[in-house]
Design a protein around this ligand. Structure first.
Ligand SMILES: [Zn+2]
Length: 387
């Protein structure tokens, strides 16, 4: 086997991604939700690079394999032995399946059958009792994305040391300390490239309607759930959705909160904002309602310079911007329908990845062609932070 590529500059990256990855994924029986998510993840180049490439210091091992080795996988001459069928082994196996899939997708522009990763996900969801992903019925792509990210993270994670220093001088310092503390609690014993690339932190404030008492907490998140207004206007903007997210909602009677201020159970108002901004920000447009309907409002989203400053709190929010590189679309109604992706490839062209079919759709330099990708089928948006 030849040694894995090492990326030192743009030319190396061009060799790895340029003209490649225009690969369809065959449908294994209602697996368009999986194919669509996998296509969008494969265009998250920092992550794909981590999976496929070696580092300068260890040129013979892929970077992800160094993390797997740390977890103590039994090595054989032909690769890795993954005995046993427990959750932990299946999570490591899932990482290896992801590598094999990405390798195949960027090896040649053809059609790949994602059978091994699908089997692994099936075994894992059965083992974990996540029955919503078992079998061949249609699944929810954004729930699946959350599950997949969590499992890949578990397969890769290892211990790290976080040191928190400095004395808080003002309210933001205090919040920063609280945020870091929470991050440390969640990830000190389990950190991974998935966290580094796809996770951020949400700040959630609960307010008591009776006494006005407020309580703020930090939560890790791998996607932002945005409400979609049921609207009579012909379209709304992504900003409108972010505003709803930020404005907050009143929790229902099934989710009452015990207020520390007036010591009673109340229907609190819950307001969200983003604290730690992820490198890859996945936006979920909440089109499916709890009463089983689908909101078909057209949401106008930006391809470049998506500014979320207003919906962030804390340091480093000034001028924070994102660029779009993937759209997971859902056509049809609840309980059925079909998923397909629009993805930005390394060559600057947007392609439709519709199971095994790959079609050229737009040029990133031609705004008119990009506009055609904005439809009311858009369900998940994949954004990358501008550096
Ligand atoms: Zn209260």
């Amino acid at each position: 086997m030849s040694s894995p590529p090492i990326i030192k500059n743009e030319e190396d990256r061009e060799r790895l991604f340029g003209g490649r990855g225009h690969t369809g994924l065959s449908n294994l029986g209602n697996t368009c939700f999986m194919n669509t998510v996998l296509q969008c993840i494969s265009k998250s180049f920092d992550f794909t690079e981590f999976m496929l490439c070696a580092s300068k210091t260890e040129p013979m091992r892929r970077r992800y394999r160094i993390e797997l080795d740390r977890k103590g996988i039994e090595k054989t001459t032909s690769g890795y032995r993954l005995t046993g069928n427990d959750v932990e082994n299946l999570q490591k196996k899932l990482v290896i399946c992801m590598d094999k899939l990405l390798f195949a997708m960027y090896d040649m522009n053809n059609v790949v059958a994602p059978r091994t990763i699908h089997d692994c996900i099936q075994h894992l969801s059965i083992k974990m009792g996540r029955i919503e992903f078992v079998g061949h019925g249609q699944k929810d792509a954004e729930e699946f994305y959350g599950f997949l990210m969590e499992q890949l993270h578990q397969g890769l994670c290892h211990k790290v040391r976080f040191t928190i220093t400095g004395k808080p001088k003002n309210i933001y310092d205090k919040m920063a300390l609280q945020a870091k503390d929470s991050w440390k609690r969640y990830f000190e014993s389990e950190y991974s490239n998935i966290i580094e690339n796809f996770y951020g932190q949400e700040y959630s404030v609960l307010t008591c309607p009776k006494c006005g008492y407020e309580s703020g907490t930090f939560q890790p998140m791998n996607r932002v759930h945005l409400p979609v207004p049921r609207d009579t206007r012909s379209s709304v903007s992504l900003d409108d959705c972010f505003q709803l997210y930020n404005k907050g909602e009143t929790l229902d009677s099934e989710n009452t909160w015990h207020c520390e201020g007036c010591k009673s159970d109340v229907m609190a108002n819950k307001r969200l904002s983003i604290w730690e901004k992820p490198n890859f920000m996945v936006v979920h447009l909440k089109r499916f309602t709890s009463d089983g309907r689908k909101i078909n409002t057209l949401v106008n989203f930006p391809f470049y310079n998506c500014n979320i400053e207003k919906y962030c709190v804390g340091y480093g929010r000034d001028g924070i911007k994102y660029d779009l590189y993937g759209i997971a679309n859902h056509g049809g109604d609840t309980g059925g329908g079909h998923y397909y992706a629009y993805c930005l490839d390394y060559d600057g062209l947007w392609r439709e990845y519709n199971d095994s079919a790959v079609m050229l759709r737009a040029n990133s330099e031609d705004p008119e062609s990009l506009n055609k990708l904005i439809t009311n089928k858009a369900y998940m948006l994949f954004y990358k932070k501008r550096v």
